[in-house]
Design a protein around this ligand. Structure first.
Ligand code: GRF
Length: 191
């Protein structure tokens, strides 16, 4: 399955997806990394793996930017799109082009704490369990059928940074596993 990873920043999840796809038992190939930010660190990491990269910068008109992105993805024959810290909302128009073919990783136990400050919001609320969720992407934010979830207990000694690190570690296992699982469903024509 030909995979594209969309990023805006560090790309630590993207790296794990590429590494997982390169394993011999993998059913995926990461053929492209796209960033909406030209200076995203993840672009350099992708190049170090010899993965093709493209930048699709912010346009004032969301739809035209998204349609450019559709074209780039189609040119690479992309069959599955992984959002790995892609901090731009995709339009319904974009999502319509790739039904059941876009997945996202989010640092909360959805449907709780959607949005860009999920962990901060969760800790401010005083939750005792945090986690991460992989899910299919629909036209709503951090919404759509859940693939996998992992919960993590907040301990007395934790602070936001230690919790963030634990969530990230969990994401780095959960998201590659989700990519492989969804690719399997695509190959089996279940979706
Ligand atoms: C992750 O925490 C993910 O849950 C969220 O954005 C972050 C991306 O981090 N959607 P990285 O760029 O993969 O390091």
């Amino acid at each position: 399955v030909r995979v594209a990873v969309l990023i805006s920043g560090t790309g630590s999840n993207m790296r794990k997806l590429i590494e997982r796809a390169e394993q011999t038992d993998s059913n995926c190939e990461v053929v492209l990394v796209v960033s909406n930010k030209p200076d995203a660190l993840g672009l350099e990491i992708a190049r170090s793996f010899n993965t093709a990269t493209r930048v699709n910068p912010h346009t004032s008109d969301r739809i035209s930017g998204d349609l450019k992105l559709v074209k780039i993805l189609q040119d690479f024959g992309v069959e599955l799109i992984c959002l790995a810290g892609y901090m731009r909302i995709l339009s319904g128009e974009f999502v319509k082009h790739f039904p059941s073919r876009i997945i996202n990783i989010h640092p909360s136990l959805l449907p709780a704490f959607k949005g860009a400050h999920a962990l901060q919001d969760a800790l401010e609320f005083g939750v005792k369990v945090v986690g991460c969720t992989s899910h299919f992407v629909d036209e709503l934010i951090d919404h759509g059928p859940i693939i996998y979830q992992k919960s993590i207990e907040v301990e007395e000694s934790d602070n936001i940074e230690t919790i963030r690190a634990k969530i990230q570690k969990a994401e780095h296992i959960l998201f590659p596993n989700s990519m492989i699982e969804v690719a399997k469903r695509i190959l089996n024509k279940e979706i």
